[in-house]
Design a protein around this ligand. Structure first.
Ligand SMILES: NC(=O)c1ccc[n+]([C@@H]2O[C@H](COP(=O)([O-])OP(=O)(O)OC[C@H]3O[C@@H](n4cnc5c(N)ncnc54)[C@H](OP(=O)(O)O)[C@@H]3O)[C@@H](O)[C@H]2O)c1
Length: 333
């Protein structure tokens, strides 16, 4: 059975508290000169937490921001415009639980002729247990992993990302979690299968699905960049963020976790800084498959780099999409 690093919410939160006090090597390197003028930045899950703070940060630095989300439209966008004193902000509907919504979202970008310079795959959910989506999948698996595969495949197939050999090619930044370290090997018997589970397995799955995400991102980088870097595919864990990530936890647990978050976790604005740094700093221009844990360059779990595992996960993900996505020909055909 697939296992993540934690099964207990308090242990998982204490690991975040430890991160809060960790030294951050490159923290002083984000500069006001790291600008986003002329760039279009797509951020998923941008109505809340880290995604919202990223939208404000990129808009303040001159970028055009596309906030993708399923709620708080248009209020969150209006708040970002106000906070950043920028009109170059728009919101678009995207529900990652719904395969059709991902297709519609990409079609709207194509229709409006939008090219993306920086794509930040930030949206994720932490549920207290299993829940089935319309596609018969586990919701956390679909939102945190499979929809990111679908979205990246569509963006590439529709040529909405710039693949170039020059320095101004596009970048995809996967928002991950260092909790993926220590998750078990990928269990292909469970892959794409729905089954009931409760809180412990949900916490374990959250980090396990980040292992899937990192393994996919690494394989994507390998496939696109096998001769030279054509598309930056980098990953980052923002560290502990005082966000809405535990909003679906049972009431008492949510109160306890929210208290810890409030006392010691970083504000979303602070947590956004290393993400902005990785996306805009010349230090990371032209790089791929790099990983930052906050401002610390680090290696991911060794399993993430195993090319056989990457290939297998890729083909199993495509097979699953072919099975559950009536429009799979849009990218696999
Ligand atoms: N918080 C932490 O301590 C921490 C630590 C490490 C990594 N991270 C990562 O940081 C990222 C941002 O999380 P956060 O902490 O800022 O949490 P958050 O405030 O809960 O933000 C998560 C975002 O994802 C969106 N989302 C969830 N399900 C979705 C769906 N079906 N379709 C579209 N959007 C959906 C949420 O939208 P709704 O508001 O509509 O639900 C929200 O905008 C995640 O990838 C998370 O894994 C967080």
């Amino acid at each position: 059975m697939a296992e993540g690093r934690f099964t207990n919410p308090v242990t998982a939160t204490l690991a975040g508290v430890k991160d809060f006090f960790a030294r951050q090597e490159l923290a002083s390197k984000l500069s006001d000169e790291d600008r986003a003028d002329g760039l279009t930045i797509l951020i998923t899950g941008a109505n809340s937490g880290l995604g919202f703070a990223l939208a404000v940060a990129f808009a303040k630095r001159g970028g055009k921001v596309i906030m993708a989300g399923r709620s708080k439209i248009p209020e969150a966008g209006e708040r970002v415009k106000k906070k950043a004193a920028s009109e170059k902000v728009e919101m678009r509907y995207l529900d990652l639980c719904n395969i059709g919504s991902v297709h519609k979202f990409v079609q709207s970008l194509v229709r409006d002729g939008i090219m993306i310079d920086i794509c930040i795959l930030n949206a994720a959910t932490a549920l207290p247990g299993s829940r089935m989506t319309g596609a018969g999948q586990d919701e956390m698996f679909q939102v945190n992993y499979l929809s990111n595969v679908l979205l990246t495949q569509l963006l590439l197939k529709k040529s909405l990302l710039k693949l170039q050999d020059s320095a101004d090619h596009s970048e995809i930044l996967f928002i991950s979690s260092d909790s993926h370290q220590g998750a078990s090997y990928i269990d292909y018997d469970e892959f794409g299968q729905y089954f009931d589970y409760g809180v412990s397995k949900a916490i374990s799955n959250y980090s396990y699905f980040k292992l899937l995400l990192n393994t996919y991102a690494t394989e994507l980088s390998r496939r696109i960049n096998h001769l030279s870097v054509k598309l930056g595919v980098n990953l980052i864990c923002p560290g502990p963020v005082h966000s809405n990530i535990v909003k679906e936890a049972p009431w008492l647990l949510r109160m306890i976790l929210k208290g810890i978050f409030w006392m010691v976790f970083k504000s979303p604005a602070k947590a956004a800084r290393p993400v902005v740094y990785m996306a805009l700093s010349p230090d990371y221009a032209g790089t791929t498959n790099e990983y930052l844990h906050m401002f610390n360059p680090k290696k991911m779990d060794p399993k993430v780099y195993e090319s056989q595992e990457g290939k297998k996960l890729w083909s199993r993900s495509m097979e699953l999409l072919k099975k559950i996505d009536p429009e799979y020909e849009a990218y696999l055909g």
